[in-house]
Design a protein around this ligand. Structure first.
Ligand SMILES: NC(=O)c1ccc[n+]([C@@H]2O[C@H](COP(=O)([O-])OP(=O)(O)OC[C@H]3O[C@@H](n4cnc5c(N)ncnc54)[C@H](OP(=O)(O)O)[C@@H]3O)[C@@H](O)[C@H]2O)c1
Length: 324
C-alpha cells in the first residue's frame, strides 16, 4: 500500500469523532508494520486523547524503529487539554511519521513537524493534503476566519420556484437527491440553520435520514434564527439539540428551556443579528456544549440573503428538481 491509502484510513477513522469533537479537528491515526496496520486510534470527543495518543495508549507492545505512524493532521507540540503528542511519539520510540496536513492552529503551524525532525524522526508529508484539508475545513475556517465553515443549500425547480405560490411547501428533490443531501450535506456539518419562517411554514425535522431511516449516531445541532421568538411550541424541532437564536430583549417562554431547547441571546439591530457575536457564541465551548465548526444554511430566501449580504458563505449548493 502507498502512503496515501494509509492516510485515507486515518480519514475514515477520524469520522468516528464527527459531532463529538466540538471545535477540535477530526483526526485518525494508524501504525503500520511491514505493510500491515497493527494499531488504530482517533480523537473521539472534545477533551479526549488526540488520535496518536489514543493509538499509542491502546497499543501495549514495543514500537519498532521501522514501524510507521500515519496521522491526517500534524502532531501537536503544545500543552492544551492534553500534553503534546510529539513528546509521547518520541518517548515511545516512533522513528517514522507520515502526516496529511499542517495544523492551522498558530500554536502548532509546522512546529510539531519541526520538533520531530529535530529529534531525528523521519517525517514525510503533507500527503493527500487536499483531502485532509477538506475533511477539516471547519477547523481551518475557525482558525483562519474565526467562524465556522458555512454552506448554503437551496432546492429549486427548473423554473426557479422554491415553494408553492401561497408559500406552502413544494416537494422539489428526488429520493436520490434527498439521500445525497442527507449523507453529504446534513451528515457532514455540525449544525443545520434555518430562519423562523421556514419552521412556521414547513415544520421540518432537520435531522439526518438515510433511506428514510433516522441516523442515530450523529445529529447535527438545529439552529433557528428567531429574533422575536415566534417559534411554535408544537414545532417538530422543539426539544434537546435545538438552539433558538433570539434578540437580547425578546420574550422567551420558559417552556422552551424546560423542554431542553438552548436559547442564545445575540445583539440584534432590528433587522440583522450581529454575526460576529453569533459565531463567537457558537464556537466557544461552555458547560456541555463543545462548539461547532460548520453550518449548513438551509433557508429560506430571507435567511440566504442575509448570509450573502454578510459575505459569510464558503460553499453554495443548489439542488435542481424536475419540472412537475
Ligand atoms: N427550496 C428550499 O430550498 C427552501 C428551503 C427552506 C425554506 N424554503 C421556503 O422558504 C419559505 C420561507 O422563507 P422566508 O424567506 O420567508 O423566511 P426564512 O428565511 O425561513 O425566515 C426569515 C426570518 O428569519 C429571521 N432571520 C433570518 N435570518 C436572520 C438574520 N440574519 N438576522 C435576524 N433574523 C433573521 C427573521 O425573522 P423575523 O421575521 O422574526 O425578523 C426573518 O424574517 C417557505 O415557503 C419555505 O417553504 C425553501
Amino acid at each position: 500500500m502507498h502512503h496515501a491509502e494509509y492516510i485515507h484510513r486515518c480519514l475514515a477513522l477520524a469520522e468516528n469523532g464527527r459531532g463529538r469533537t466540538g471545535i477540535n479537528p477530526l483526526v485518525g491515526s494508524v501504525l503500520v508494520r511491514d505493510g500491515t496496520v497493527i494499531a488504530e486510534g482517533w480523537h473521539a470527543g472534545f477533551g479526549d486523547d488526540h488520535a496518536e495518543r489514543d493509538l499509542i495508549k491502546k497499543f501495549d507492545q514495543d514500537i519498532r524503529p521501522t514501524d510507521v505512524l500515519y496521522v491526517n493532521l500534524e502532531p501537536c507540540c503544545h500543552h492544551g487539554k492534553t500534553p503534546p503528542c510529539t513528546e509521547l511519539i518520541l518517548e515511545r520510540g516512533v522513528r517514522r511519521v507520515v502526516f496529511g496536513m499542517f495544523d492551522p492552529n498558530p500554536l502548532v503551524a509546522g512546529q510539531g513537524i519541526q520538533r520531530l525532525r529535530d529529534a531525528g524522526v523521519e517525517v514525510i508529508g503533507p500527503v493527500e493534503r487536499a483531502r485532509c484539508e477538506w475533511l477539516n475545513r471547519g477547523f481551518i475556517s475557525l482558525m483562519q476566519q474565526r467562524r465556522p465553515w458555512v454552506t448554503l443549500k437551496r432546492a429549486q425547480m427548473h423554473d426557479g420556484r422554491i415553494a408553492q405560490e401561497d408559500g406552502s411547501p413544494l416537494k422539489i428533490t428526488s429520493p436520490e437527491q434527498d439521500t445525497w443531501s442527507h449523507a453529504w450535506l446534513r451528515g457532514k456539518h455540525d449544525a443545520i440553520l434555518v430562519g423562523i419562517e421556514t419552521i412556521i411554514r414547513d415544520d421540518p425535522q432537520l435531522n439526518v435520514r438515510l433511506k428514510n431511516k433516522k441516523v442515530e449516531q450523529f445529529i447535527p445541532l438545529r439552529i433557528v434564527l428567531d429574533p422575536k421568538c415566534r417559534v411554535p411550541m408544537d414545532a417538530q424541532i422543539i426539544g434537546e439539540g435545538t438552539c433558538i437564536v433570539t434578540a437580547q430583549d425578546s420574550e422567551v417562554p420558559s417552556e422552551l428551556e424546560e423542554r431542553g431547547v438552548q436559547v442564545l441571546r445575540i445583539p440584534f439591530d432590528g433587522k440583522q443579528f450581529d454575526f460576529c457575536a453569533l459565531w463567537k457564541a457558537l464556537t466557544t465551548p461552555k458547560d456541555d456544549f463543545f462548539g461547532i465548526t460548520s453550518v449548513l444554511v438551509e433557508g429560506g430566501p430571507r435567511t440566504w440573503e442575509r448570509f450573502r449580504q454578510a459575505g459569510d458563505i464558503d460553499e453554495d449548493v443548489i439542488l435542481v428538481g424536475r419540472a412537475s
